[in-house]
Design a binder for this molecule. Structure first.
Ligand code: ADP
Ligand code: ZN
Length: 735
């Protein structure tokens, strides 16, 4: 018997091994196995196929051991991983590793005990009769006697009572005289209490649910386009309730659970412990435990982030991708997969319904809906017909003349006035600025020298409270010195960050209860949930923060949202800059006026006429999308073309040499309509002392790029300049 094995290492392709007769009964598709690999006697691998004939010219080696009692991957997941391997042309082992909860490759195995799981031992039925037969196996006899006296007990208790219990218990289990089982604790981190009340669907919701219901059992992708607060989550919940009523499973992908503890809370409130959570706010042990509950069928609904697209949900009927436009579904290191795209592929393999939900769908998804590949469901109004907030622009470009010059902390007179009025009315405000720290640039007034990171080609940010200059790329920190290290001149800072905004709000409104939410103030999912919970309980009046404050919270007390500076994302050299800005503005504006009182949104900007801003003011997604799609088509960007970004990192000379060799290999392999842009130094030329070069390949479709991709992959395996090469299929990050 032969098996095809993907080794958990950064090697391309798979390998064939022989299965010794003794192991033949245990080997299954998706099974984890130990195999000899290269010079190593034992490497971890996964069974991904059963070839009928051995490859010619190789001496076959044997599988050493089968590592789990059941395979960590279901056959459908193996299919999904193989599809991703072909699409992203990345080593299958890397994908497999990304697909498993952390530690599963290194720790015991899919069914190995860990600290957080309580294991129980119990005597098997009829074990008492076997006791006399254990005269000579004294340790086993002692353990069995103990178990017969105590019944089902935690293994830890047994170990404490009998030092030799461990080995003896294993032997008893093998003989069928003792039973082992375990209870996996249910993860609770990062959740916010939510109501489990089922709403009576609105007519729009009912129409959407009917369409989803009618498609049950067949692969059907839907785009659920609904404005913020239109009841998309309620549609997900009710569609999943119907799948559960039919005994089937569901998978819900969300961008970041730590930022939306209410959402996860709503699923738990509705479905209880049938919901398993998979996100980075959990400890490794908790994640492993939640994964196990799914794999064993104890939990049938998975709510998780990006990597949960590989969650072992059984009999999957519904896949939901909430906020499908969010960039965090794209994996930025390791295998470059996009969880939303893989969710659609998984839906096809599992004959499941796929619901992609958003208030501001990505242009890729919108185009798929326009071409009829996805069916469009719309929720155009908020629940209970609550009005969308009124959005106004504060034009900072005409600043001084109009008397709108921002004071310290960028609070213009209109914004400062609105904050004061909101506080007086006993209502809440959110202030959003996509930049943390106090000042984003520190300059010397005599020689003009900037505080820059010596290891990266970027400026350091001044964090005043900690008295530090921080590099946001490599994390390097230096003490902030008021005098220029080069000439001794006085230094000053420009560019406002959230820390300065918070300070300005406190100065403006001394009686307000103010908190800041960014990566400097919270370090864990629980911290984040705690700040959000305090805000939800109305123990805070103003919440200042980075995009952490823009996500799907539902705070009825918020009537004012201020965008401190809308231009931070617009200026980035990225073809998605306008789309991202529009999405962010629409998202954060959607936080206002979710309760009984109408909301108000103030957007401060130096570019009041940019389409991303004018359309956000009018809540006009369709208008923005039409203009932006026309621009993409004219300039030849996705969704009308496909891109492959090749990122090279190494020494100054080495990165250049490798990049040039890659281009040299790609040029003869460029098919019709395919163009190569670069090689050129990346927008950020250096990070952590490593030089960065980029190549960008553009073609009419995915297939058109494969030949050049393969040609470059051969160079990347032995790069002449010794630089590291990463191929990013359908790239999102352009810096
Ligand atoms: P979205 O996900 O589109 O932002 P939600 O599903 O969170 O919208 O709904 C917004 C609010 O309206 C929530 O508080 C939710 O409980 C409530 N809601 C949703 N659907 C209904 C309904 N049919 N009837 C009453 N309230 C609803
Ligand atoms: Zn740095």
């Amino acid at each position: 018997m032969l098996v095809e094995v993907a080794v958990a290492a950064a090697v391309r392709g798979t390998f064939t091994y022989r299965v010794p007769t003794a192991l033949a009964g245990e080997v299954a598709l998706g099974q984890r196995v130990a195999v000899p690999f290269g010079r190593s006697k034992r490497a971890t691998g996964y069974v991904v196929g059963f070839p009928t004939a051995p490859p010619a010219g190789f001496e076959l080696r044997d599988v050493v051991q089968v590592l789990d009692a059941f395979p960590p991957f279901t056959p459908k997941l193996v299919e999904l991983l193989r599809w991703a391997e072909g699409y992203y042309l990345c080593p299958p082992g890397e994908l497999l590793r990304a697909a498993l909860p952390p530690g599963l490759n290194t720790r015991g195995g899919a069914d190995a005990p860990d600290r957080r799981r309580v294991e129980y031992a119990a005597p098997a039925p009829g074990a008492a009769e076997a006791l006399p037969g254990l005269q000579r196996a004294r340790a086993q006899r002692a353990v069995l006697e103990y178990l017969l006296a105590r019944g089902r007990i935690p293994v830890d208790e047994l170990r404490a009572a009998l030092p030799t219990a461990r080995a003896a218990l294993g032997a008893l289990v093998k003989r069928g005289l003792a039973l082992l089982d375990s209870e996996v604790p249910v993860a609770r981190s990062g959740l916010l209490e939510a109501s489990g009340k089922v709403a009576n669907p609105t007519p729009d919701q009912a129409r959407a649910l009917e369409a989803i219901d009618a498609a049950a059992g067949t692969f059907t992708p839907f785009l659920l386009h609904g404005v913020t607060g239109s009841g998309k989550t309620e549609v997900y919940l009710q569609a999943i309730a119907r799948a559960r009523a039919a005994g089937r499973g569901a998978l819900v992908l969300v961008p970041e659970i730590a930022l939306t503890p209410q959402l996860a809370g709503r699923f738990r409130a509705r479905f209880g412990d049938e919901v398993a959570l998979l996100h980075s706010g959990l400890s490794d042990a908790e994640r492993h435990a939640e994964w196990l509950r799914l794999r064993r069928g104890q939990a049938r609904i998975c709510v998780g982030v990006r990597s949960a697209v590989f969650a072992p949900v059984e009999d999957l009927a519904v896949i939901v991708v909430d906020e499908e436009h969010e960039g965090s579904f794209k994996q930025e290191d390791g295998p470059p997969y996009h969880a939303r795209d893989l969710a659609v592929v998984r839906g096809r393999l599992e004959d499941a319904v796929v619901v992609l939900g958003s208030a501001t769908p990505s242009l890729e998804t919108l185009e798929n809906a326009r071409r009829g590949r996805y069916r469009l469901l719309e929720l155009p109004i908020r629940v209970d017909d609550r009005p969308l907030p009124e959005v106004e622009v504060v034009d900072l470009s005409g600043g001084r003349r109009a008397g709108r010059a921002p004071s310290a902390g960028m609070l213009s007179p209109p914004l400062a006035g609105a904050l004061a009025t909101t506080l007086q009315a006993g209502q809440q405000s959110i202030l959003f600025l996509n930049r943390r720290g106090y000042q984003s640039l520190v300059l010397c007034e005599s020689c003009g020298a900037e505080a820059r990171c010596p290891d990266c080609a970027v400026a350091q940010t001044h964090h005043a409270r900690r008295g530090l200059l921080l590099c946001h790329y490599c994390g390097r920190s230096d003490p902030m010195n008021g005098l220029c290290p080069a000439c001794g001149g006085l230094r000053f800072g420009v560019g406002v960050g959230t820390e300065q905004v918070e300070e300005a709000v406190r100065a403006l409104l001394p009686t307000a209860r103010v908190a800041r939410l960014d990566r400097d103030t919270v370090s864990s999912a629980d911290d984040t949930a705690e700040v959000l919970a305090r805000f939800a309980r109305r123990e805070l009046d103003v919440l200042v923060g980075t995009q952490m404050v823009t996500k799907g919270h539902d705070f009825p007390g918020v009537t004012l949202v201020g965008v401190v500076l809308a231009d931070t994302a617009l200026a980035l050299p990225d073809f998605r800059a306008a789309e991202r800005t529009f999405q962010l503005l629409a998202q954060v504006a959607g936080r206002a006026g979710r309760g009984a009182d109408r909301g108000r949104v103030l957007i401060q900007t130096f570019n009041p006429r940019s389409p991303a801003i004018t359309h956000a003011v009018g809540h006009d997604y369709a208008g923005f999308a039409a203009g932006e799609l026309a621009r993409r088509q004219a300039l030849g960007y996705p969704p009308y073309t496909r891109l492959l970004a090749v990122r090279v990192e190494g020494s100054e000379a080495g990165a250049r040499r490798t990049a040039e060799a890659l281009a040299h290999a790609a040029r003869p392999a460029l098919g019709p309509g395919v163009s190569l842009i670069g090689p050129a130094p990346a927008a950020i030329e250096r990070i952590r002392g490593r030089s960065r070069w980029h190549l960008l390949l553009r073609g009419p479709d995915h297939r058109s790029l494969l030949a050049a991709h393969r040609a470059m992959a051969r160079v990347a395996a032995r790069p002449p300049g010794g630089a590291a090469v990463r191929f990013d299929v359908d790239p999102h990050a352009m810096l």
